[in-house]
Design a protein around this ligand. Structure first.
Ligand code: ATP
Length: 280
């Protein structure tokens, strides 16, 4: 049986500006997206029968056709037209519905893995076009570089090189629905967007651009997000921000030991998910 194991990394949003609401209900965004080395592990095996099975075994993640990885596999198997199917196993390390893009990353890995296993020879550009139909963040994970993402997230351009950075991720586990966040967002007039710098020599340079419009909705409803940010800053972070529609907060640290100490301080007496990772 032909099979492949791939890592599907999480992302954080250094920038998430909401530009406007579109007639189709989506929002035009301006995001700076960065991958980190917290990864799901995906094993894909081609089978001789046309069925697709997805096994994840994580609460809140559907095992069958509801899984975005299943949908990605279906599209590529249909394009191949070989009558084959796939067995997909997801070892889920990225918290679910956390603002870390786990589902989108899984889908992107399945697109790239199936392309290889089936010998389809599709370009990344083609996989990104297929991916955006599955989820707005999917193309970014096919792109595989720190990116400026515009439109609904599908117009990608590479950001200038940035230094590798220690990142503390803390997810307090409160349930934040992405739909609810966007429905409650008061759009401000955006005649003029601050220009992004074109040179990032230090972590402080990265911190100078951190912003997320969606915090204006999530922080009043979940003050714990602001508390985590404040604790990170007190514990030596150079910058801290919520990722995506939350609730995960990330902090950028000058070194690993300061990040680990902040992690210990933050998780004391809680059962929060908290991990120190690096940008990739
Ligand atoms: P984003 O940052 O792109 O908004 P997220 O990190 O907030 O994403 P995900 O972890 O991708 O959210 O999950 C969103 C929903 O998608 C979950 O509630 C889950 O039921 C569903 N889902 C479907 N497939 C997957 C998958 N492979 N991994 C995680 N969630 C999945």
């Amino acid at each position: 049986m032909k099979s492949l194991t791939l890592k599907a990394p999480a992302k954080v949003n250094y920038v998430l500006d909401v530009i406007r609401r579109r007639p189709d209900g989506y929002h035009d965004l301006r995001m700076v997206m960065q991958r980190v080395n917290l990864c799901d592990e995906i094993t894909i095996s081609l089978t001789d029968t046309p069925d697709i099975t997805v096994t994840c075994g994580k609460n809140g993640v559907p095992d069958g056709p509801g899984n975005i990885a299943w949908k990605a596999a279906r599209i590529l198997l249909d394009m191949a037209g070989t009558g084959q199917g796939a067995e997909i196993t997801i070892a889920k390390n990225i918290p679910v519905a956390a603002g870390l893009g786990g589902g989108s990353s899984d889908a992107a890995s399945v697109l790239m893995g199936m392309n290889e296993l089936l010998g389809l020879g599709m370009s990344d550009q083609r996989l990104m076009e297929i991916g955006v139909k599955l989820g707005a963040d999917v193309p970014f994970f096919v792109f595989k570089k720190t990116a400026l993402a515009e439109g609904i997230g599908e117009q990608l351009s590479a950001m200038p090189d940035m230094p590798t950075t220690w990142v503390l991720l803390v997810n307090p586990g409160v349930h934040v629905s992405t739909g609810w966040v966007y429905r409650n967002l008061q759009l401000t007039n955006r005649d003029e967007l601050a220009k992004l710098p074109y040179f990032y020599g230090t972590i402080e340079d990265i911190c100078s651009i951190l912003s997320n419009d969606l915090e204006s909705v999530t922080i009043p409803a979940f003050p714990v997000i602001a508390e985590i940010k404040a604790t990170m800053m007190r514990s030596g972070a150079l910058g801290a921000m919520m990722s995506g529609s939350g609730p995960t907060v990330f902090g950028l640290f000058p070194d690993r030991s300061t990040a680990e100490q902040a992690r210990e301080e933050l998780v004391k007496g809680t059962c929060w998910f908290a991990v120190v990772v690096e940008t990739i």
